[in-house]
Write a protein that binds this ligand. Structure first.
Ligand code: HGY
Ligand code: MN
Ligand code: MN
Length: 418
């Protein structure tokens, strides 16, 4: 199939098929579907293996070659006219939160398939090869912290550090990973960290801004910083009825004081403070809790503010520990970042050329693009989602918004692939 000399981005975009895009999203959403119309497809589970197989079937039907790597990232390759060049890559993740939606991550992967299908239908063959990446465990809801696939690929976290991580049942990442890789013995493995020309991730905004502006395409300027902690408070088990209050070492009440004190301290503009994971032991009605373990997720667009505030976590926990002991561990630190202006301009120019309204927007959520940013020129394109709702089974999108983002993605990838 030879590429015509010149092809307009509009011609590729005109071959983006909204129904095919939506149909694939719904088919993928059936894998791990919950009764509340959401998705629970945790990393390295049987559901995710089924989802991988679905993508591989799509890829083979489209004549794409399939690759993986030591961390089980998946890559689907559309050959270009110059295959010795580094590929232009798009994609995202297919793992979800336990009460996730059908679009977080999945849209970026399915949009990649739609872009290649539209290029094939329009007769466009890119200069550099084009690949769809599926990064392992972006969410980190089973094996934490997340972004394991993109961090291992970019060497921002070592395989050794990743493989020892255990889930709540004590299953090691190493063992779950081996099981997933063994499910696809015929897929060729490539080394981690191969050169990439450009990476563009399409994703839902997971916030209310695009919807509020009635704009269907967000050209992402960057990603706000985040700091993630785990706090362990240790007191002493005791009898709920007999132990006098002054003698108690109540790890639950100490944790509550810490969490409240931080909530007060972090109540500043644009700061996002979340305690999402909370464990109590022995977690029975008539025993004073001896141990609590909880997460802190702290985010802010301004890195200095986040640095200053995050540095107070340890002090505030110490100040509120009472008769207990407390251990604070920072498990992930991600500085605020700005995507290169030439990538952002390429995306908005593609949108303008195709005739789709777009606006700049900062990402409040974390994405694999954060890691790729340190590996190659990287950018993101956002779609609105209903009410900005995400990490929630109610997550929903408008098919035409997703199609418009996919048109812009196709245009940008065509331009970037030369
Ligand atoms: O937490 C995040 O920002 C991402 O959605 N996992
Ligand atoms: Mn995501
Ligand atoms: Mn998410």
């Amino acid at each position: 199939m030879s590429a015509p000399k010149e092809i307009s981005l509009k011609k590729i975009a005109n071959h983006v098929d909204e129904k095919r895009l939506w149909g694939r999203l719904m088919d993928l959403g059936k894998i791990g579907a919950t009764k509340n119309d959401g998705v629970c497809r945790l990393a390295l589970t049987d559901e995710e293996i089924k989802a991988r197989q679905l993508l591989i079937d799509w890829a083979k039907a489209m004549g794409l070659s399939v690759y993986t790597d030591a961390i089980s990232n998946l890559f689907f390759r559309y050959e270009g006219l110059k295959n010795d060049e580094a590929p232009v890559v798009t994609g995202s993740h297919i793992d979800s939160q336990p009460t996730g939606g059908k679009f977080d991550g999945a849209f970026g992967v399915v949009a990649g398939f739609e872009v290649i299908a539209a290029m094939q239908d329009s007769g466009f063959r890119p200069q550099a090869p084009l690949e769809i990446a599926v990064w392992l465990n972006e969410e980190g809801s089973r094996f934490s912290p997340g972004m394991m696939g993109s961090e291992a690929f970019t060497s921002r976290r070592s395989m050794e550090q990743i493989l020892v991580v255990e889930d709540a049942d004590g299953v090691k990442t190493e063992d779950a990973l081996a099981q997933t890789l063994a499910s696809f013995p015929d897929i060729k493995q490539r080394p981690l960290g191969f050169p990439i020309k450009t990476f563009i991730e399409a994703h839902i905004e997971q916030g209310p801004i695009l919807e509020a502006h009635a704009v269907s395409v967000g050209v992402v300027t960057g990603i706000q910083g985040s700091r993630r902690y785990r706090v362990k408070v240790v007191g002493e088990d005791g009898h709920a009825g007999t132990l006098p209050t002054p003698q108690r070492k109540d790890a639950l009440f100490a944790a509550i004081e810490m969490i409240r004190a931080m909530r007060h301290k972090f109540d500043v503009e644009d700061m996002k403070y979340t305690v999402g994971l909370f464990e109590v032991s022995p977690n029975v009605p008539s025993v004073i809790p001896s141990t609590t373990f909880f997460s802190i997720d702290l985010r802010h667009p301004d890195w200095q503010t986040l640095k200053d505030m995050g540095d107070l976590v340890m002090t505030i926990c110490e100040q509120n520990k009472g008769p207990c002991t407390v251990t604070v561990t920072e498990i992930a630190t991600s500085e605020s970042l700005e995507f290169p202006s030439e990538i952002r301009e390429c995306i908005s120019a593609a949108a303008d050329e195709i005739g789709i309204a777009n606006m700049p927007i900062l990402s409040m959520a974390g994405h694999d693009a954060r890691q790729l940013h340190y590996h190659c020129p990287t950018g993101m394109i956002f779609s609105p989602c209903d009410g900005g709702i995400s990490h929630n089974e109610m997550e929903n999108c408008n098919p035409s918004d997703l199609a418009e983002v996919t048109c812009v993605l196709a245009g940008a990838l065509a331009k970037l692939s030369g």
